[in-house]
Design a binder for this molecule. Structure first.
Ligand SMILES: Cc1cc2nc3c(=O)[nH]c(=O)nc-3n(C[C@H](O)[C@H](O)[C@H](O)COP(=O)(O)OP(=O)(O)OC[C@H]3O[C@@H](n4cnc5c(N)ncnc54)[C@H](O)[C@@H]3O)c2cc1C
Length: 440
């Protein structure tokens, strides 16, 4: 059987690797960004000089030949689903028995005046980083529009070269569409501490160019003009599916799939950033645009293609990211406000930078989720506690066990318990003080 995979990102490549582990099928991976798989999450480190592109490739170039995974560096222009064939941009035709669509995302943009000026760009691909290298050479001032995870990465990248950064966000607090106000406000302060000018409640109206067609300023909705030679657009990403028009594969925001990652066409599957679940489980996003979910979906899909059919089971939601040098981990469904019938316990270190939140059901007190900032928590522990609906009081008693560095945490654990006992005297717990020393 010949399996063709479009896209050599984490979703496409993990599918290929797992199909190879399970079978002898012929595998061809077609991709147009780079010849080999690389880690997209490491792109920022190339710009910052911590890594070279070569270091972001998780597998040596010989790996693919050795594992009989054929690679083709080309762009797919069209899919002819019924005929089971693809047309490449250069006109070549490729046939398949089974097709996997794993084409990722493209940066969102809006029709702002000046959006096509030189020096205005998004950040998603290897080519975007190369372009950013060119666009930011010898510049002094940059504007970033949109305050999500990629926006803050871009700010960090630019600051690493001492470029003055203006960060425009629509909300009052950074990423407040996801983060509760306390965490978001902590990150606001952290952004300011990194000498990034955060413009809250601010939207872009227009980008102004100079006589050479290069960006020279932006104007906000409030009429404020900010001089800059670079504009980063980081208002989110869209599934990369334009090439599927007229393919008879059903799409909405992304390629529509069921829980087996099957499209409306037999023998055609989709996964990763480009796919959209027709019937997402309650509270689950229909489009999962995360590295680790792409990997998990791929492992399931490989099993399905190789005959061991199973539904994709995401389990307890988790994610991790970094806000400049503050690590963030989240487990369970944690939104900017607790869900109905839930309450929230929050502790923050007096100096900011370190915080933890635990959500729980108001009646049963079962924990439903965690946010950690500036401290690392074991995923398995959080996962088990949420899954087993462990009561908050027990969680507080055991919390210390989930931390990677108990010595570091010991100092904060007592402070967290103290706050907990003050907030919830009816559930107060007692812990033995061990040694006392200060980290900060
Ligand atoms: C800067 C940045 C930082 C990120 N950091 C994190 C993070 O810390 N944690 C996290 O969970 N997620 C992170 N993400 C998101 C994560 O990288 C994506 O969710 C993940 O890479 C998606 O994988 P994928 O395989 O579905 O798609 P992609 O990685 O996008 O791969 C798809 C590939 O298909 C190719 N392709 C598309 N169309 C065609 C076509 N017609 N013909 C041929 N080839 C085609 C594309 O060029 C691309 O190479 C980050 C993303 C970015 C941009």
């Amino acid at each position: 059987m010949k399996i063709v995979i479009i896209g050599n990102g984490i979703s496409g490549i993990t599918t290929a690797r797992h199909i190879r582990k399970l079978s002898n099928h012929e595998i061809l991976v077609i991709s147009s960004e780079t010849e080999h798989f690389f880690s997209r999450t490491a792109l920022m480190y190339i710009y910052m000089g911590h890594m070279k592109y070569e270091h972001t490739k998780p597998y040596e170039d010989w790996f693919w030949d050795k594992n009989r995974i054929d690679l083709l560096f080309a762009k797919v222009a069209q899919v002819q689903a019924k005929q089971k064939q693809l047309q490449l941009e250069d006109g070549r035709m490729i046939t398949f028995d089974k097709l996997v669509i794993a084409t990722g995302s493209t940066p969102k943009t809006l029709e702002w005046p000046g959006v096509n000026l030189k020096g205005v760009q998004g950040l998603y691909s290897k080519q975007d980083v190369d372009l950013m290298e060119e666009n930011t050479k010898d510049i002094t001032d940059a504007v970033i529009v949109g305050g999500g995870l990629i926006g803050i990465e871009m700010a960090e990248m630019l600051r690493s070269r001492n470029i003055n950064v203006h960060f425009l966000i629509r909300e009052q607090y950074y990423w407040n569409s996801v983060l509760p106000k306390e965490e978001a406000s902590l990150i606001n302060n952290h952004i300011a501490a990194h000498h990034i000018h955060l413009h809250t409640n601010t939207q872009l109206k227009e980008i102004i160019g100079d006589e050479n067609g290069k960006v020279k300023a932006v104007i906000t909705h409030d009429g404020i003009e900010i001089a800059c030679q670079f504009v980063g657009l980081t208002i989110g990403v869209n599934p990369n599916i334009n090439f599927l028009q007229n393919s008879e594969i059903e799409t909405d925001r992304g390629v529509l799939i069921n829980e087996y990652l099957e499209t409306n066409h037999p023998d055609i599957y989709a996964l990763g950033d480009c796919a959209q679940f027709r019937h997402p489980k309650n509270l689950h996003p229909a489009v999962e645009q995360l590295w680790y979910t792409g990997k998990m979906q791929a492992e399931t899909l490989a099993q399905n293609i190789c005959g061991d059919k199973r539904a994709y089971e995401r389990g307890v939601w988790f994610n991790s990211a970094k806000f400049l040098d503050i690590e963030y981990q989240t487990y369970g469904y944690m939104f900017n406000k607790p869900l109905e019938g839930e309450q929230s316990f929050y502790w923050e270190h007096p100096k900011g930078k370190i915080a933890c939140r635990i959500n729980f059901k108001a009646t049963s007190k079962a924990v439903t989720g965690f946010n950690f900032l500036g401290m690392r928590f074991r995923q398995q522990t959080a996962n088990d506690w949420i899954k087993n609906e462990m009561p908050l009081q027990n969680v507080m008693q055991e919390l210390e066990k989930g931390f990677f560095d108990p010595e570091f945490f010991e100092n904060h654990y007592l402070a967290i318990v103290e706050k907990f006992n003050t907030d919830y005297p009816e559930m107060a717990i007692s812990v033995k003080k061990k040694k006392k020393f200060l980290i900060w």
